[in-house]
Design a protein around this ligand. Structure first.
Ligand SMILES: [Zn+2]
Length: 157
C-alpha cells in the first residue's frame, strides 16, 4: 500500500484546500493534504497516516522509515511498532476532534466518499443537525472543488 501511496501526488483539489488554509477532516491515510501544503494542524486524519508508526507501550510516534532498520521501537527497543492507521473495528481516536471542528464551521464540503463507512455518515449527520451547509462532491473533485471554493470565497480569492 505504501508503494502505491508513495507514487501518488496531490491533485488540484488538495492544492485548492491548502492554498486557502482550509481545515481538512480526512479518512485517507496517504498524507497528500500535507504534501500539497496543508499545515499539520489543519488536517485531522481520522483514520491515521500510513507514514507514521507508533509504539503501543511508549506511545511515541515515528516516521515509517524507522522500520527499515527494525520493527522494534527505537526508544524502548522491545515493543513491535504498529502502523498509525485505524483498521476496521478499531476505535477512531480523532473523531471527537473532527466533530468539535465542524461546530465552528458554516460549511462542510464532503469530497470523494461513497458513505460506505459509518464515520462519513456520522460527520455529515452531525453537521446537518446543527444547521451547517453540506456540499457533497463525488465526481471530478479536481475541478469541481476549486470552482466551489472560488464561489464560496468570491471576492476573497
Ligand atoms: Zn517503545
Amino acid at each position: 500500500m505504501r508503494t502505491v501511496i508513495d507514487k501518488a501526488n496531490p491533485n488540484p483539489a488538495h492544492k485548492a484546500l491548502s492554498d486557502l488554509n482550509i481545515p481538512v477532516i480526512t479518512m485517507n491515510i496517504d498524507g497528500l493534504h500535507q504534501r500539497s501544503g496543508s499545515r499539520d494542524e489543519d488536517v485531522i486524519e481520522i483514520h491515521g497516516n500510513i507514514q507514521r508508526v507508533s509504539c503501543p507501550k511508549c506511545k511515541d510516534s515515528f516516521h515509517f522509515s524507522v522500520t527499515m532498520k527494525s520493527i522494534l521501537c527505537p526508544k524502548c527497543k522491545k515493543t513491535v511498532l504498529e502502523p498509525q492507521v485505524v483498521l476496521y473495528g478499531d476505535p477512531i481516536p480523532r473523531l471527537g476532534e473532527a466533530l468539535e471542528l465542524i461546530k465552528h464551521m458554516d460549511t462542510l464540503i464532503i469530497v470523494g466518499t461513497s458513505f460506505y463507512t459509518s464515520t462519513a455518515h456520522y460527520i455529515k449527520d452531525a453537521a446537518e443537525s446543527i444547521g451547517i451547509s453540506v456540499h457533497t462532491i463525488n465526481e471530478k473533485a479536481e475541478t469541481v472543488l476549486p470552482a466551489l471554493l472560488k464561489e464560496l470565497y468570491k471576492g476573497e480569492i
